[in-house]
Design a protein around this ligand. Structure first.
Ligand code: ASP
Length: 408
């Protein structure tokens, strides 16, 4: 067992092989949809563990908090971090798009292209929706914010009843530990899943689709890199971790994010990897599932860049005031995005509509959406992990690496 290849390495190999096979299939004009079920199995498996894992770890975490104000503090710090880093993400996207002007000189026919607008629910409704009418229904439907809300209350209740809850507390701890093991089991399939997802993506997104939009893709990846270098890594250094160790420890969730384009799929591994790197259980079991739903820095970067790109194609001027509006809208739209593939592409219609960009632009960007989504999702996931480490450091003064989270 000792000499076995590490999981991230196996996944890396799966990804490399997937690219090669995808390229071969594309060159030979073969149908790569064969691999789809193999990828789908992986996505379903990792999504399967999310609800019970989050539910039990969050109850266990909340039950262990003896003082409710602790969680209030954690929540405040986490939310401030989420809003600030998302704002920075859009700003980085806007600045780079202004410099590189990815849409300039591009002449793409928009005939026959249509896109539907996403309607954003009003804030009051979003807030009201956090409270589940029926917790079992919330669990069944995987409504993450509702699950978080109920699990926290349940955990507090459990801690308040003291001795009477001791047996249940132990049972919940046991369930949480079991789910961590189940996640580890599911992850054994990851290299195959990653291979299949990559092969399908590469085979169906040939260079032809990419070329006219290559500058857009380039700006997206550059902005993502800037977000890592100038936003996350300073936070990580502050938390007392070496950037190299951080990125190495995050390899599994990052590869999952990159290949599945779903941060919901990367959630469980992200939580376990962050704990292994030193995020406290109390902080990470709360902040990572929450961030998974509301903290989408990658999506935010993408919205800023795409808005400028589309405005350039249509010759729509975007003065500073409009760009500031885009910043605010993009922060909100990213909060509203879900952790599934292509979510930001739908939400971006909200930004476009508000600043008067024709929705046909969405259809143009859609051609390269998967490739942009890979970067987006990776950043979305990295942002949550960084937040959990930073808030742990702010709360506890230091990180506490957990070597038992072997699933990561
Ligand atoms: N695919 C992204 C995620 O799962 C959401 C998006 O940006 O479209 O995080």
């Amino acid at each position: 067992m000792k000499n076995k290849m590490s999981l991230p390495l196996q996944m890396g190999i799966g990804m490399g092989l997937g690219i090669i096979v995808g390229l071969i299939f594309q060159a030979a004009n073969l149908d790569a949809s064969w691999f789809k079920p193999l990828g789908q199995i992986f996505i379903t498996l990792i999504r399967m563990v999310v609800v019970p894992l989050v539910f039990f770890t969050l109850i266990a975490g909340a039950a262990s908090v003896k003082d409710v104000s602790t969680l209030g503090r954690v929540a405040t710090k986490t939310l401030i971090y989420y809003i600030l880093t998302t704002g920075l993400a859009v700003a980085i996207g806007l600045i780079l798009a202004n410099i590189f002007q990815p849409g300039l000189g591009l002449n793409i026919s928009t005939e026959n292209l249509t896109a539907k607008q996403a309607n954003v629910p009003p804030l009051v409704k979003v807030l009201m929706d956090i409270i589940p009418l029926n917790p079992i229904d919330a669990l069944a439907q995987g409504k993450m914010l509702q699950i978080i809300f109920f699990a926290l209350l349940f955990g507090f209740g459990l801690s308040m009843i003291g001795e009477k809850g001791a047996t249940l507390s132990r049972a919940v701890d046991g369930c949480a530990e079991t789910m961590i093991k189940v996640t580890a089991m599911v992850m054994l399939y990851a290299p195959i899943g990653v291979f299949a997802l990559m092969a399908v993506t590469v085979a169906s997104h040939g260079v032809q689709v990419l070329l006219p939009l290559i500058k857009l893709v380039f700006v997206m990846y550059l902005a993502s890199l800037c977000q890592i270098l100038f936003v996350y890594l300073p936070c990580i250094k502050f938390a007392g971790l070496k950037p190299k160790d951080f990125l190495k420890g995050m390899l599994s969730p990052l590869i999952i994010a990159f290949t599945t384009c779903s941060s919901a799929a990367a959630l469980s591994t992200n939580m376990l990897s962050s704990q292994k790197l030193g995020a406290s259980k109390t902080v990470s079991s709360f902040s990572i599932p929450l961030g998974n739903t509301i903290n989408m820095d990658g999506a935010a970067i993408y919205m800023g860049i795409s808005a400028i790109f589309a405005a350039e194609i249509y010759g729509i001027p975007l003065p500073l005031s409009t760009q500031l509006t885009i910043l605010l809208l993009a922060v909100m739209a990213s909060i509203g995005s879900m952790g599934v593939p292509g979510a930001a592409l739908v939400m971006i219609t909200m930004v476009f509509t508000q600043v008067g960009i024709p929705l046909e632009a969405v259809a143009i960007v859609a051609g390269v959406d998967r490739i942009m989504d890979m970067a987006r999702t990776t950043i979305n996931v990295l942002g949550d992990a960084t937040g959990s480490l930073l808030v742990t450091k702010l709360e506890d003064g230091q990180l506490t690496p957990d070597n038992q989270s072997e699933a990561a």
